[in-house]
Design a binder for this molecule. Structure first.
Ligand SMILES: Cc1ncc(COP(=O)(O)O)c(C=O)c1O
Length: 390
């Protein structure tokens, strides 16, 4: 039977830079000890207080179909949290609860783009971005950033591709680079969006993982609330990756259409999961800080270690749970370095090339193992890079 072009062309065929990851997983399956610094998943599980709330909700009977837009209480909690953090007036009518940030990204693009429209995104990028855009029938166009700008996008580079485009997808704090977009970067982005009438899709799933500076939501910039769709998630802020609960925050009339879309796609998020998310948000910033703390600590460890070595450069890593390591001094591509590191030391990192062209010659190390093992792995990466640079 013939499958649709849409589904068979979601991701391009051939090498995509994920080979190192799959090879590491095969080695683990074969019983080898591999230190995995690949995937963005906390090494702590979901906090037991959240699991207890989930258990109470499920056993209390919240296991039937839940309201498609999200339960009222969670929509209100998310709206309140956003208003408190950004100062932008926000009500439940601005919120659709989704099964995680990924489905919010898909829905936001479906709302913003028609078939064949151009949807812009920033390179380096989170792995699913181009496939998400292709999936809704639009054309993905990458805007390159530069290591020398610490991967902050330049407004003039966006401007060069903006004419006729429908949307721009950004992500701050950024996966994979750890960069937090500055006020100046976001002002430039907002200006291009206003000038070219672009929807801004702002992926802010790492908003609680800020190590340096401040996270600024572009929805709070002048005249941006009406054209910004914010993607949020409980995955990273509350270590609830497997619970699949996130949201879109946007203008109320857009949310009404998105609710209609949800009726025809996900049909909502399980009620007991939403109750647990609502409980988790009600715990306030203390719980969020507790969950972010291990990454804050490891990032500080990493800075000390990297300061003692010169073959590896660190993109400032202002936020998120990753380090973007500059290995260009070795003369190797990120892909070659990652493969050699895996063979020589059984340490798995992601080649920068798996996230687009802009991060070539870099690797991304996730700070997702315990402090001691993480520090040891980083020392090994540095000495290995030094031996290759000689
Ligand atoms: C930048 C970014 N956006 C969105 C997601 C999707 O997260 P989830 O669907 O778990 O909310 C991730 C997951 O790693 C991510 O890194």
């Amino acid at each position: 039977m013939k499958l649709s072009h849409r589904i068979t062309h979601l991701t391009p065929s051939g090498s995509d830079g994920w080979e190192v990851f799959y090879r590491a997983r095969q080695m683990v399956a074969a019983g080898e000890d591999v230190i995995e610094l690949t995937i963005g998943e906390h090494d702590i599980g979901t906090d037991t207080v959240i699991l207890d709330a989930m258990d109470r909700a499920a056993k209390g009977g919240h296991t039937g179909y839940a309201m498609v837009p999200g339960i009222q209480s969670l929509r209100e909690s998310v709206a309140r949290r956003i208003e408190e953090r950004t100062g932008v007036p926000t009500t439940y009518e601005n919120i659709l609860i989704t099964p995680g940030g990924q489905s919010a990204l898909f829905a936001a693009h479906l709302a913003a783009c028609d078939e064949g429209d151009t949807a812009l995104y920033i390179d380096p990028y989170y792995a699913t971005y181009p496939g998400t855009i292709r999936g809704i029938g639009a054309k993905p166009v990458a805007i390159q950033t530069r290591a020398e700008d610490a991967f902050q996008p330049r407004a003039e580079d966006i401007e060069a591709h903006a004419k006729g485009a429908s949307s721009l997808l950004i992500n701050t704090p950024n996966n994979p680079t750890g960069t937090i977009y500055s006020r100046q970067t976001l002002d430039g982005i907002a200006e291009v969006c206003r000038k070219h009438d672009l929807w801004l899709i702002s992926d802010e799933v790492y908003d609680t993982q800020v190590w340096e500076g401040q996270h600024l939501s572009p929805r709070a910039l002048p005249n941006m609330a009406d054209r910004t769709l914010v993607v949020g998630s409980m995955s990273k802020s509350h270590a609830m990756t497997g619970s699949r609960v996130g949201w879109i925050c946007g203008p109320a009339d857009v949310v009404r259409h998105l609710i209609n879309l949800a009726t025809h796609t996900t049909y909502g998020v399980p009620g007991y999961i939403q109750d647990a998310a609502d409980f988790a948000i009600a715990q306030g910033p203390d719980l969020e800080e507790k969950i972010a703390e291990p990454f804050r600590r490891r990032r500080a460890l990493a800075r000390d270690i990297l300061a003692r070595h010169n073959a590896v450069g660190l993109i400032p890593s202002q936020g998120a749970m990753y380090l973007m390591l500059d290995l260009r001094a070795t003369g190797l591509s990120g892909f070659e370095f990652a493969n050699r590191l895996l063979d020589a030391h059984r340490i798995a990192v992601m080649p920068g090339e798996s996230f687009g062209k802009a991060a070539a010659g870099h690797v991304r190390a996730a700070m997702t193992i315990d402090d001691k093992a993480f520090a040891a792995a980083l020392e090994t990466i540095c000495t290995f890079a030094e031996s290759l640079s000689k």
